[in-house]
Design a protein around this ligand. Structure first.
Ligand code: FES
Length: 554
């Protein structure tokens, strides 16, 4: 009676207690997270579907992580969202859960949470914004920002022009509409089988986004009846599908970290090297920014993710189960492609096989580093140059406009102490703009190396996720300005041309940076966060605990 009476204070009739499954709707909306602000309306559509199918929907908030506003980086809080949502799903009396996400970290955070609980779960991402429009051309959120920032530094754009342009870019509800991290992770959720076909690509304001949300509400009731849990869907096969799809769509390098973290929750064996070996025969099929020309709205109208998955055909495990109750192969077998300039064919791909993420190793990255080949300059993929080292992105920004900066087009720019423990939170600082001196000379790219991340909307020859990070004592901490560095992407190596004896001497003289956080979440995070090569989860959050609460009666 206690439970029922308080629920009835919301105006529910007693019939809601007639044995219906209770469906939680975890929503990550906030006015501080503009990409997710419309999830309130998406939740209303989910509820319609749950009611239609005979369930009892109850919406609850989970941390909204807005990429553009959260300091120092939303990545510092992905694990906090995952921990909060996990406990909420477990502690509240629900039978299944619908996960509403959008902005970058909200999708992996909720998938990690649902994986650790194990109740039936279905995801509905909020969808991308409409294409940005500026001076008669399409502009991509994020990607255009990087270009305009460089144009402003180089004097090609005025501040007034920049102010006008910013209003043209993000002009509707939704997450970034380039193939950045949000679009990538929405696609990963669909490729993993955790959201309904086409969910990743319907624009946020498209009526079909709301129709799909309603269908997800119907499906979760059926999934509860059939005990269709995340571990039955997100198997090793499903992760292999997702990794290959990520290569085919030219997805973000951030997917590497997030997929490793989700797999770690489920106990699926997934290694950093899988992201290289599994994609060597996968061409990039989708011509989307930042690697290509088009945007998510175009991708949607061209056929969306099912068209890509159908095109990949035999490269995928078509028998992988999905939230539809059918296999991935059954879901996409009739998916049409409407525009071959956006979704290209296996015979005539956008970029040839093996142009996706490469995993590098060497004495500078013993546990690995990654580079997005499709966003790199081909002439820099084999490169030898002298290091110019900065201990923070801020230190670099202070001198980036200096005409006397000792830098040329062969320089290898190192930005370090940006890893999970170092910053902390592993911000997207790796793709720093080029020095103004080089931009004015028309230099378009420079090899950059960082233990941080790069926005999925960015481009450039940038080596990322160097592990172990500098703050954890990785060799990156031992590099000195003037050292020779050799990058050889075809050979998958990244090496510092310094003898082992010299490195040992430098290590003996190295002192770890002082940790600034002494309490609270940031302290907990820096004490327990794992390195990029395993997904940056907290060590005590890996694995799962099931849906039961309370003491073990035994
Ligand atoms: Fe939210 Fe790009 S800022 S998805």
């Amino acid at each position: 009676m206690n439970h029922r009476a308080w629920m009835r204070s919301q105006g529910f009739t007693p019939e809601v207690f007639d044995g219906r499954p209770v469906i939680g709707i975890a929503t990550t909306w906030s006015e501080f997270a503009p990409c997710n602000v419309h999830l309130q309306r998406v939740a209303e559509s989910v509820k319609k579907g749950v009611w239609q199918a005979g369930g009892f929907p109850l919406e609850f908030p989970a941390m909204a992580l807005g990429e553009t506003l959260l300091r120092p980086t939303a990545m510092l809080y992905r694990n906090l969202l995952a921990m909060e949502a996990e406990e909420l799903i477990r502690a509240n009396p629900m039978d299944g859960v619908v996960l509403l996400s959008g902005c970058d970290k909200t999708t992996p955070g909720l998938l990690m949470a649902a994986s650790s609980v194990g109740l039936p779960a279905i995801m509905v991402t909020g969808g991308p914004m409409l294409n940005g429009k500026y001076q008669g051309t399409d502009v991509g959120s994020g990607t255009a920002v990087w270009r305009w920032e460089e144009d402003l530094l180089a004097g090609r754009m005025t501040e007034a022009e920049c102010a006008f342009a910013e209003g043209c870019m993000a002009r509707s509800n939704g997450h970034c509409m380039t193939m950045g991290t949000a679009s990538t992770m929405a696609s990963m959720a669909e490729a993993l089988g955790m959201q309904l076909p086409y969910s990743a690509t319907w624009p946020a304001v498209d009526a079909r986004r709301y129709e799909t949300a309603q269908r997800a509400g119907q499906r979760i009731v059926d999934m509860v009846e059939n005990d269709l849990t995340p571990d039955k869907i997100m198997t090793r096969d499903a992760f292999e599908n997702a990794i290959r799809v990520n290569a085919a769509i030219g997805g973000s390098t951030n997917a590497v970290i997030h997929l490793l973290a989700i797999a770690g929750r489920l106990g699926v064996q997934l290694e950093l090297d899988d992201f290289d070996t599994l994609i060597r025969d996968v061409p990039t099929l989708v011509n989307l920014q930042p690697s290509g020309k088009y945007l998510m709205e175009d991708f949607c109208y061209a056929g969306g993710l099912p068209a890509v998955m159908r095109e990949l055909g035999g490269l995928l495990h078509t028998s992988a189960l999905t939230v539809t109750g059918a296999t991935m192969g059954e879901n996409v077998k009739d998916a049409p492609t409407w525009n071959r300039d956006v979704i290209m064919s296996m015979d005539q791909p956008f970029q040839g096989a093996g142009t996706g993420t490469a995993v590098l190793r060497g004495n500078l990255a013993p546990d690995g580093a990654v580079i997005k080949q499709s966003a790199s300059s081909p002439h820099l993929l084999k490169h030898r140059g002298r290091a110019l080292v900065f201990d923070s992105p801020e230190a670099y920004h202070r001198v980036a406009a200096d005409e006397d900066l000792d830098v040329d087009e062969d320089t290898v720019l190192i930005i370090r102490y940006c890893g999970p423990k170092g910053y902390p939170g592993m911000p997207e600082t790796a793709n720093v703009p080029l020095p103004a001196k080089l931009l004015k000379r028309g230099v378009k790219d420079l090899v950059r190396i960082c233990d941080g991340r790069m926005s999925g909307t960015a481009y450039g020859t940038v080596v990322l996720h160097v592990a172990p990070e500098a703050a954890a004592g990785g060799p990156l901490a031992l590099v000195k300005t003037g050292d020779w560095i050799t990058l050889d992407v075809p050979a998958r190596t990244l090496s510092l041309d310094v003898t082992d004896e010299e490195l040992a001497a430098r290590r003996a003289a190295w002192t770890p940076p002082r940790r600034t956080a002494t309490r609270g979440w940031t302290w907990l995070y820096t004490e327990h966060v794992q390195q990029a090569d395993t997904g940056c989860d907290l060590d005590f959050l890996r694995g799962k605990s099931g849906a039961q609460v309370g003491r073990d009666p035994h």
